[in-house]
Design a protein around this ligand. Structure first.
Ligand code: ZN
Length: 97
């Protein structure tokens, strides 16, 4: 349910949840009970969890403290090395150089 903003003349603004088809023009103020008119304000679109916002946050977080490589990556074929070739069946269908 969307959040709508109402403004009481005495107490100020407050938010209330209503179904989009049942939004009243006025609502009783939760503090004083007076009729509070609905206020049309900017839409609160959230970008907090979008991939772009996460990328920006990650870049800002690591700008001052980048990840540090403490050892040389193991060579392919060495014991314990991570294989560089994918074993996924669908990757086998890809063209090879
Ligand atoms: Zn009030």
């Amino acid at each position: 349910m969307p959040v709508y903003e109402f403004r009481c003349e005495a107490c100020g603004p407050f938010d209330a949840h209503h179904a989009m088809a049942q939004v009243p023009r006025a609502q009783a103020c939760p503090a004083c009970g007076a009729a509070a008119r609905r206020v049309f304000s900017a839409v609160g679109l959230s970008r907090a969890n979008s991939p772009r916002a996460r990328a920006i946050d990650d870049a800002a977080r690591t700008a001052d403290a980048p990840e540090v490589v403490r050892s040389v990556p193991r060579q392919a074929g060495a014991p314990g090395a991570v294989p560089r070739v994918s074993r996924a069946p669908r990757h086998a269908k890809l063209p090879r150089p």
